[in-house]
Design a protein around this ligand. Structure first.
Ligand SMILES: *Cc1c(COP(=O)(O)O)cnc(C)c1O
Length: 421
């Protein structure tokens, strides 16, 4: 469920007409709903109650500081994968005690930043990383709380680019090697073992791969406790999928996911952490764009819009589907027409949809790409020297620009002509 609905014939974000935002901000832009963000976060906290738990929002899915503050103010933790994301979490007012540091290639500088600024735990993914962390923590005379990210070797049954839990993926420590690496962690100075971490992929549309992975984590918990380790936290990662089409997809609900967590690991007396990104942010955002031209081609009509692959990369990168809807509500029973929806970038890959049935649209009409909150703005680039597009946050009948469109002067001034020229 989200808060983007037609009211009086016009698509709204909560109580704000998207056409009003477009008139003030210009297109294209991203728009997020505070109510949807809050609702999705609460679905997870409710699903995990009464287990002791912390829902850590995966910042990489949507990292605007204003969005982080919406969630942080509700008590959310944050899952960060870089020093930059760590800084964003802090800038949103989230204390280090609620920040989990993930990622396969943390640098010593990033470790130092988090150890000095406070961190709940590092999710460590390899032995060399473990040794580096031990050195950095020792040099600062502090102790680093850690979980080891275990690779459980399960098939997440998702897009190959976002599956992370098979043994051939670069992520985590093979589960067969876990006991040896935990033993090393226990011996190393400056390291405090607090738990186990697992994350098997993104956009999972079934519970079964999670259940397999969590069952392995439960077994490993008992084994490691038998070896004398204190395992008091289980970080079960993120990855729950969302419906990208309004029709046939029905990924599991957070409530069922929570029930499965209780069933598989609830008896262990551990504090549970989860790291959802997409399920919180995905359907909380739209990309709003306007039609530049309607171009009649051979056997197909192209709708050339002012958003492009540099603004929303998912269709060109993963072949992803985004529903596209007109901002002006079509009259009932308007016959659909097929369009190829494309952006202005000089690549055929800059295609959002092929043969997409839409109601008739023409120059100047506004369209909205649904489910664009996650992995949308964060993956944008300035390819073709197209400025990063603004982000807007709505709450009730208010809206605010939470990242402004840069001016062309700002963009051009980032380049420097060497003195010798
Ligand atoms: C990407 C990622 C997540 C979030 O995944 P979603 O599919 O957006 O829920 C969580 N944890 C880690 C370690 C990740 O890499």
């Amino acid at each position: 469920m989200d808060h983007f609905l037609y009211k009086n014939g016009s698509l709204h974000a909560e109580d704000v007409a998207l056409s009003d935002i477009a008139a003030q901000v210009g297109t294209p832009f991203y728009v997020y709903s505070t109510a949807t963000l809050e609702r999705h976060y609460k679905l997870f906290t409710e699903a995990l109650s009464p287990l002791p738990h912390l829902v850590c929002f995966a910042i990489k899915s949507l990292s605007n500081i204003a969005v982080l503050k919406v969630l942080g103010d509700l008590g959310a933790g944050m899952d960060v994968v870089s020093g930059g994301e760590y800084r964003r979490a802090k800038a949103a007012g989230v204390p280090g005690s609620r920040i989990v540091f993930s990622g396969v290639g943390k640098t010593r500088d990033e470790m130092r930043l988090a150890l000095e600024g406070g961190v709940r735990q590092f999710n460590v993914e390899s032995e060399p990383e473990l040794r580096a962390l031990s050195e950095v923590a020792t040099s600062l005379a502090v102790t680093a709380p850690i979980a080891l990210r275990i690779n459980p070797d399960v098939d997440a049954k998702t897009h190959e680019k976002i599956a992370t839990g098979k043994k051939e993926n670069k992520f985590g420590i093979p589960i067969d090697r876990a006991r040896a690496v935990y033993a090393e962690a226990a011996r190393l100075p400056g390291i405090d073992v607090v738990g186990i971490d697992v994350h098997i992929g993104s956009q999972l549309t079934e519970l079964e791969p999670f259940e397999q992975a969590f069952a392995k984590v439960a077994e490993l918990t008992e084994t490691l406790r038998g070896d004398g380790h204190t395992i008091r936290r289980l970080d079960l990662g993120g990855g729950l999928g969302i419906p990208y089409t309004r029709s046939n997809e029905a990924p599991p609900l957070p409530l069922d996911y929570g029930a499965m967590i209780k069933r598989t690991v609830g008896h262990l007396g551990c504090e549970i952490e989860i790291e959802p990104g997409r399920l919180i942010s995905g359907n909380a955002g739209l990309l709003v764009s306007s039609v530049i031209y309607l171009k009649q081609g051979e056997g197909r009509d192209f709708l050339i819009v002012d958003a492009a692959m540099n603004d929303l990369a998912r269709p060109s990168m993963y072949g992803a589907h985004h529903d596209i809807v007109p901002v002006v509500e079509p009259a009932p029973a308007t016959a659909a027409q097929e369009f190829d929806v494309v952006g202005p970038v000089c690549e055929t890959g800059d295609t959002f949809a092929r043969h997409r049935p839409l109601t008739p649209l023409g120059e100047g009409d506004l369209v909205a790409f649904r489910s664009a909150g996650a992995y949308g703005a964060v993956m944008a680039s300035e390819y073709n020297t197209r400025p990063l597009i603004p982000e807007v946050l709505v709450k009730g009948d208010q809206f605010a620009v939470i990242r402004a469109r840069p001016s062309f002067d700002e963009i051009l001034n980032r380049d420097t002509i060497p003195a010798w020229m």
